[in-house]
Design a protein around this ligand. Structure first.
Ligand SMILES: NC(=O)c1ccc[n+]([C@@H]2O[C@H](COP(=O)([O-])OP(=O)(O)OC[C@H]3O[C@@H](n4cnc5c(N)ncnc54)[C@H](OP(=O)(O)O)[C@@H]3O)[C@@H](O)[C@H]2O)c1
Length: 215
């Protein structure tokens, strides 16, 4: 698969989702750089061959404007592997703007738990599950607001629970439910597909995208 010839992407934060975005971006033929706080963690989570295929590994904090500017030189699209961090959302969006990056793809969450004027089926399903849905919703919404305030181009993925399924859904383009409230969870593999599809196409620009993996 190569639908990203010459695309230069920066993946910021290589945890669960970030690791899968690295693999998805390389599979699509992109030039992939990463910005991480801890290179030892990166080396523990990505195999040696994949590490060798990375264009550049930047070490720094994604709330640090200098670190962001250094990593965003000659980058087309930035994908965040971390969400629910207002300072990081704000600093990354401003750096995307300063460095003339085409787009920021950001993972949100909690947005399936509540909406501005209603409780959603997902919230009702999780009621009593022991977490503060309102706080989660507000933390993610603050990031979305911070990104929008900068006026940059963005796509924001709003999944439910995310974990690895061990494989990407077969025929992911037609099997992953995008923008239809039909499931509560999204595999990292399918989430990475959605994030890279958002990065390299323009159909979801300036939108919040919901997606779920079929059971
Ligand atoms: N997992 C879910 O169920 C779920 C559901 C909905 C939405 N989300 C959203 O999706 C995001 C990704 O999920 P995930 O499960 O992949 O999370 P994760 O495994 O915790 O990965 C987050 C990554 O971001 C990095 N990071 C955090 N702060 C940073 C900073 N200031 N500078 C640079 N890197 C930083 C972390 O680096 P370190 O290793 O250095 O800490 C880690 O590698 C979450 O942050 C959340 O907002 C997650």
């Amino acid at each position: 698969m190569n639908n990203a010839p010459n695309k230069r992407v920066l993946i910021v934060g290589v945890g669960g989702l970030g690791t899968h975005m690295v693999h998805e971006a390389l599979e699509r033929g992109a030039q992939v750089s990463v910005l991480v706080r801890n290179p030892a963690k990166l080396e523990a989570s990505i195999d040696v061959e994949t590490l060798g295929r990375l264009h550049k590994i930047f070490v720094g904090d994604a709330t640090d404007p200098a670190a962001l500017d250094g990593a965003m030189q000659d980058i087309d699209v930035v994908l965040s592997g971390n969400g629910a961090h207002k300072k990081m959302a704000s600093e990354m969006a401003q750096a995307v703007h300063r460095n003339h990056v085409d787009k920021l793809c950001w993972p949100a969450g909690g947005t399936n738990l509540m909406s501005e004027d209603a409780l959603t089926p997902a919230y009702l399903a999780h009621a009593g599950a022991g977490f503060n849905a309102e706080a989660i919703y507000k933390a993610h919404q603050a990031c979305i607001d911070a990104i929008r305030e900068t006026g940059i181009n963005y796509v924001i993925l709003c999944p439910g629970r995310m974990t690895s399924a061990g494989y990407r859904s077969p025929d992911v383009r037609s099997s992953v439910r995008i923008n239809r409230p039909v499931g509560m969870s999204l595999s990292y593999e399918d989430a990475a597909w959605v994030m890279l599809e958002a990065a390299f196409t323009d159909g979801w620009d300036r939108e919040l995208v919901g997606a779920s993996t079929p059971r």
